[in-house]
Ligand binder design. Sequence first.
Ligand code: FE2
Length: 207
Amino acid sequence: MALVDLFPTTYYYAPLIKDARARARLVKEIRAEIPRIRDFDDAGRKWCEKNYPGGYTSYGSLSELHQFSSTFAELRAHIDDHVTRFALALEADLEQHTLGVTQMWANVMPQGVVHTGHLHPLSTISGTFYVDVPKASSGLKFEDPRLGLFMGSIPRKARTGPRSERYHVLRPTEGYVVLFESWLRHEVPPNPVRGERVSVSFNYNWF
Ligand SMILES: [Fe+2]
C-alpha cells in the first residue's frame, strides 16, 4: 500500500533567535518601541479608526518599519534567514530569484479586536513575529485552500491530526516567527482576553 501526500500546504514556525537571552532582549526592545510608534503615528491611528476598530496597526501608514529603526532592521535580518530556510524547504528556485522584504508593520490587538480572514495579494511569503501573546489570547487560524472544492467530501472526525484539518490554529509563543505562502488565507479571531496581543507582520516578494 502506498499513501502519497500531494500538494501540501506548509507553514514554518521557529524561535526568531536560538539563544533565549538574545531573543528575549530583542522582544523587549520591540515591545518598548511599538507603543512609541503608536503614539507618534497620528495617521495610522486615524486609519485604524475606520479599518481596524479598537486596535492599532501601522499597516496603513508606517509599513516599512525595517527602515524605521535599528531594532526593526535587526528583526528583519533574522527574518531574512528564516525566509531563506523556508523557501529552500519549499524547493523554491533561489538561483533564479531572490526574496526580499517589502513591508513590515506592527499590530496591537486589545480585547475583542479581530483580524478577519484574508490573504496577502501581490506578496510571496508573509509572516508574523510575536511580541506579546497573553495567555489564552487568539491564535493564528489557517484555512484549507481547497475549501471551495470539496464536493461530496466525507466529514472528518471532530478531532484529527493536522493533515486532515480544514482549519488549523497555531497558538504562538513570544519571540517566535511564523511564515507561510502569501496566498494562504488566515485570520486572527477576536482576542478574548484583556491583555494586548502584539505582533509584527511582514511581506516578502521575489525579485
Ligand atoms: Fe495576514
